[in-house]
Design a protein around this ligand. Structure first.
Ligand SMILES: [Zn+2]
Length: 124
């Protein structure tokens, strides 16, 4: 399993021999040779034995969700949503998906909350 840089802008796929794992006070990590981002590693080796490093699984990719409320002339708000899915490999984001009309709300907060719940459904 190669390592994947966690920096969304980078997402470099790195063979293990390409990176140098180092032990810092906070634990094991490596620095991406492409973007210099710090990437955390976990030692799953037996205590006292040699370090056996893995890249911890993140609870999902860092997708970008932009939920907004556009004010209408009548004082209500339209919920709008943009989703940029992060890719699990090098290359920043997949094409953006967007919805300009997710419903009309009397309150901007409600409109944003609705857009966010739609995003959670799409990404879940
Ligand atoms: Zn990187």
């Amino acid at each position: 399993m190669p390592y994947i840089c966690e920096n969304v802008e980078c997402r470099a796929v790195l063979a293990r021999r390409q990176v140098r794992s180092i032990r810092e006070d906070e634990g094991w990590c490596f620095y991406c040779p492409d973007c210099k981002a710090r990437n955390e590693l976990s030692d799953i080796g037996v205590p006292g034995g040699p370090a056996e490093l893995i890249q911890p699984q993140r609870s999902g990719l860092p997708h970008k969700v932009i939920a907004t409320a556009r004010p209408l002339e009548d004082g209500r708000y339209v919920a709008q949503l943009r989703i940029q899915r992060a890719l699990g490999m090098k290359g920043t984001y997949a094409a953006e998906e967007r919805w300009d009309q997710l419903g009309t709300f009397s309150d901007a907060q409600e409109a944003v909350a609705h857009a966010k719940s739609v995003a959670a459904e799409r990404l879940g």
